[in-house]
Design a protein around this ligand. Structure first.
Ligand SMILES: [Zn+2]
Length: 560
């Protein structure tokens, strides 16, 4: 190779590298703005922005003020940017809950406990009848309420299944506690007492969920069901008193509107809440009472929404109106985005598509875009993005509209939705998710890609919606391996990005960096296939796992 060509080559490589790394003037300014937002939102002063906390309110106020400075139109309630919604932050049974059957008093917690579906406060004085599994499945020729008038009575229900199966039962659609409580209520029952005679199912958890909507009746579980003597055909006097402490506070969505007088609107959103001091479920260091700053999760996304609002104000992309939303309650179960979809401040039928940014602050080589199956438009547009890989080396996509972030709420409402994500990392859901880890240049590049998608979509009016395959499967998990998969990895198998202590994988000796290729004889192609295989297992099952470490293959026995 002549010296001259060699020099040209080196020169062009350096230039492209400098271009890839360095930001132009405009991008430098953008980076500074993003940095300012992230540093404030992820500062200790906001105490981890737990929904309903003072820190979350400060975060909402900051975002509203930024929207105001950008002269966005308030689209919350009462002409304000804020849309408030109630969240249950604590639910626990008081020991004044009581139960007596046939004159025998049962002790709270040791003999019985209220379940999440129980109303918070109600006394019942009636009789109790046994109704088998509490299932009416006409197509399966099974009706436990046949010829039984349970109106005003308490019903005792065995949580097992008529075919003594749980995982592969033909009654699968009827087995959930939710379904059985609703059935009892619709038959006019005054209360439900669950028991577990067969033991093929696990006893229900006594931990009261904050996100489950209570029913209108007391719902308890009795540990030793058989001892009650309640059997078919017998009716006993019963008293039930459901007494549950429920503390409600508020989450704050922040909503600003850029009206371009267009027919359709694009929604751009990110959640601004996080885990507080780790008291909110989901912390991976729950025993450490420390501020979970949530720099990447999701001060990065929230800052990008503010930055996009600024950029889209200036740019000539006037084919759409833009609605910018910072959701709260995401860590508690997508509560803010669900609330917005149920209480929209614009007509959702006039929404062309939604872009969600959750964890966009730690770009390595790969940008992940989830939800590409939600419109036929996406794959073509993303291929255009791929043409220029000088800034972001790789773009990995997944089809499903269902994922662990707010785009899911919009997809389920029939809106094409994408989720931008720079991948999992070891600081995820820990106090160590700090500003020092943030790749600001990377975030600027991610925002550029989003602007490019918005630019490409100007050629369309309203994007066509398509349902994604995965939705049908509805996989539910009874067990976990206790690993954190690497979402940026796209070769055969699942690459382990983190291992939780005391969980099956850790016990079997699996480590960060290992690639799991088989479980129980089933080949693992990717994360989706792994999830499906995992959903086959129940507690107590064992399976052989095959994994690769430093190019060597190992096997181990997993006990779930
Ligand atoms: Zn998040």
């Amino acid at each position: 190779m002549t010296k001259f060509i060699y020099t040209i080559l080196i020169f062009s490589l350096t230039v492209s590298n400098i271009y890839a790394q360095n930001l132009n003037k405009k991008e430098e300014k953008s980076k500074k703005r993003i940095q300012k937002h992230i540093e404030y939102l992820a500062s200790d002063a906001l105490e981890g922005r737990g929904t309903g906390s003072k820190g979350e309110k400060l975060s909402a106020a900051y975002i509203a003020n930024e929207f105001k400075k950008l002269k966005l139109k308030p689209k919350g309630e009462d002409g304000d940017f804020i849309q408030k919604f109630s969240v249950v932050t604590l639910r626990m049974s008081k020991d004044s809950s009581s139960l007596s059957i046939n004159g025998i008093h049962y002790r709270i917690f040791s003999d019985f406990y209220p379940l999440s579906y129980s109303t918070n406060s109600k006394k019942v004085n009636s009789t109790i009848v046994f109704v088998g599994y509490g299932i009416s499945a006409p197509e399966l020729n099974h009706d436990d309420y046949k010829n039984k008038n349970v109106s005003g009575k308490v019903v005792m229900i065995d949580i097992g299944s008529p075919d003594s199966q749980t995982a592969h039962s033909k009654f699968a659609n009827y087995l959930s506690l939710k379904h059985r409580v609703e059935k009892a209520e619709s038959n006019g029952a005054a209360g439900v007492v669950f028991i577990n005679n067969g033991k093929e199912a696990d006893d229900p958890s006594g931990e009261l969920s904050k996100s489950i909507k209570p029913s209108s009746i007391p719902v308890f579980f009795v540990k030793e069901g058989k001892k009650t003597g309640c059997v078919e055909g017998l009716e006993f006097p019963v008293t039930m008193n459901s007494s549950i402490l429920s503390i409600v506070s508020y989450g704050h969505n922040v909503i600003g509107y850029k009206n371009n007088k267009a027919k359709y609107t694009v929604i751009i959103g990110a959640h601004h809440d996080h885990l507080g001091y780790g008291e909110i479920k989901g912390s991976l260091e729950p025993n450490k009472t420390a501020i979970h700053n949530g720099a990447d999760d999701n001060a990065s996304g929230t800052s990008a929404v503010i930055e996009l609002a600024k950029q889209l104000k200036k740019r000539k992309y006037k084919k759409y109106n833009y609605l910018f939303i910072a959701f709260s309650g995401e860590e508690m179960g997508l509560l803010g985005s669900k609330y917005f979809v149920e209480n929209p401040s614009i007509d959702l039928k006039k929404v062309s598509y939604m872009i969600n940014l959750d964890m966009v602050g730690m770009l390595k080589n790969t940008l992940i875009i989830n939800g590409t199956g939600t419109s036929p438009f996406w794959n073509g547009a993303i291929n255009v993005l791929r043409e220029d890989s000088s800034d972001i080396k790789k773009i990995k996509t997944t089809e499903s509209g269902i994922g662990a972030s707010d785009h899911t709420s919009f997809y389920l409402a029939g809106i094409p939705s994408l989720h931008f994500f720079t991948g999992q990392h070891e600081f995820y859901h820990k106090p160590s998710d700090d500003i020092s880890n943030i790749n600001y240049n990377g975030e600027v590049k991610v925002i550029n890609k989003i602007v490019q998608i918005i630019k490409l979509s100007q050629a369309k009016s309203k994007l066509e919606y398509s349902k994604t395959k995965d939705e049908e499967t509805k996989t539910s998990f009874k067990v976990t391996l206790g690993i954190m998969p690497d979402y940026t990895y796209d070769s055969e198998g699942v690459r382990v990005d983190g291992v939780k202590d005391g969980k099956p994988a850790a016990i079997a000796g699996i480590q960060k960096g290992d690639i799991i290729t088989m479980l129980g004889g089933d080949k693992i192609k990717n994360i989706e296939v792994y999830m499906k295989i995992l959903s086959k297992y129940s507690k107590g099952d064992t399976a052989e796992v095959v994994y690769i470490r430093n190019d060597n293959t190992y096997t181990a026995i997993i006990k779930f």
